[in-house]
Design a protein around this ligand. Structure first.
Ligand code: SF4
Length: 226
């Protein structure tokens, strides 16, 4: 199946936009990069429902980097406890709050290079903060974005974070890039699920490499031998 064009991918994004609107995960705050940064750190290797719960507990008690720095690490750990590696994450969140106050005047830097210097912050977390809370044209590649990019045939099954991000950038208009993550995440939770996608409900089967392969396989299996 030929690779998706910019025009086709733009149509897919518009279709998902009409279905999911301005949806954002609960552990993302479009106006507060600090909360989004902490939410993304909490979400590492943790299910969204658990992350949402920990995020809500933490930010119902603390709001700013100052609050977090003045809190006891044990209290942060207790508040976020449902998440995986909660003790390690509590330490990192406190370290990040301290670094933001010492080096960046208490603000989250709007540069990828500076963001990835923070403890526990990798490419995905940096891209989430830059796109979803700062409105910058970055594409965060999480498990849903990766799975869907591979199923649609935008990248090969072994593509890395950087390869997926670059391939998506090539077929996405700059003004749409910040929406790619949130739209594909919702689509990945709703229809293009793991491990088994709900292809019978999918509005974009015509563009899907995975679907064309499983359809061809099922047609072949129905052919009677001579
Ligand atoms: Fe996902 Fe199936 Fe739709 Fe392809 S056809 S995008 S695998 S749900």
């Amino acid at each position: 199946m030929p690779k998706l064009t910019k025009r086709e991918f733009s149509k897919i994004l518009n279709l998902l936009r009409s279905k999911y609107g301005e949806w954002l995960p609960r552990h993302v705050d479009a106006r507060d990069p600090f909360k989004t940064l902490v939410g993304a750190m909490l979400s590492h290797r943790t299910r969204d429902e658990v992350t949402d719960k920990a995020y809500t507990s933490l930010f119902s008690r603390f709001r700013t980097p100052e609050d977090v720095l003045n809190a006891k690490q044990s209290e942060i750990a207790r508040l976020i406890k449902p998440v995986g590696f909660y003790r390690q994450k509590a330490k990192r969140i406190k370290d990040v709050a301290r670094i933001l106050l010492e080096r960046y005047g208490g603000k989250v830097p709007d540069s990828r290079d500076e963001l990835v210097k923070l403890p526990g912050v990798g490419d995905k977390t940096a891209d989430i903060v830059l796109s979803l809370s700062m409105g910058l044209p970055e594409i965060a590649v999480d498990t849903h974005v990766e799975k869907i990019s591979k199923r649609l045939g935008i990248v090969s099954p072994k593509a890395s974070y950087g390869e997926i991000k670059r391939a998506l950038e090539e077929i996405t208009d700059v003004q749409d890039r910040r929406d790619v993550n949130r739209l594909l995440v919702q689509f990945g939770k709703d229809i293009c699920t793991s491990p088994k996608p709900k292809c019978s409900l999918c509005p974009i089967t015509d563009h899907c490499d995975y679907f064309s392969r499983i359809s061809a396989k099922s047609v072949r299996s129905k052919l009677k031998p001579y």
